[in-house]
Design a protein around this ligand. Structure first.
Ligand code: GTP
Length: 163
């Protein structure tokens, strides 16, 4: 369902999700970030040990700006040095216990450095294309299995990827 510019749908766990490309529709200080990342023409994901493949992201620390958290998470989880970063949208998940609000960014990484650890993940995964079957593919994290991914990619492709 779309009302105004807010898309409403269910996630993998049947929780209600609202997504919008408007400027911070749910919170000006979101506590979470998610970063659609690109390195030399590849999608740059991280391998989460329990959830599986997903774009990097995580929690904004106390006193930290969301965009700084986005760059930090890309570096910690993939070793990617962010060259450019753009706000894409924001989503809100009404979870069973709590509500989570995340900013979505698009980041262009211009260097991938090898780290001794990748902060609770197994590090970077580069993909030329994302498979069509992400939603049924057990290698992929549940956070890649709702309309947030397709809506974010549509916006990223429309605004930033010309080739
Ligand atoms: P950790 O400290 O990272 O273990 O956090 P947590 O388990 O408390 O999870 P978090 O606060 O990040 O999220 C709480 C719940 O919100 C999760 O169990 C999910 O149901 C949901 N959630 C969090 N992030 C996302 C997301 O990106 N997409 C969807 N659909 N749900 C999410």
């Amino acid at each position: 369902m779309i009302v105004g510019n807010i898309h409403t749908f269910k996630d993998y766990y049947n929780n209600e999700v609202e997504f919008s490309t408007e400027d911070h529709p749910f919170s000006h200080q979101p506590k979470n970030v998610w970063v659609v990342s690109r390195f030399r023409g590849n999608w740059l994901l991280t391998i989460h040990p329990s959830r599986g493949l997903e774009f990097p992201g995580g929690k904004v620390e106390e006193g930290e700006e969301a965009v700084a958290a986005a760059k930090r998470e890309v570096f910690e989880e993939t070793g990617g040095i962010v060259k450019n970063i753009h706000y894409v949208g924001q989503y809100r998940v009404k979870g069973k216990k709590e509500t989570v609000i995340k900013n979505v960014y698009y980041a262009v990484v211009d260097d991938l450095v090898t780290r001794s650890n990748y902060h609770e993940t197994k590090g970077p995964k580069l993909l030329k294309t994302l498979p069509d079957n992400v939603r049924s593919n057990h290698e992929y994290s549940f956070i890649m299995k709702d309309n947030v991914l397709s809506l974010s990619l549509d916006e990223v492709k429309k605004r930033f990827i010309t080739a």
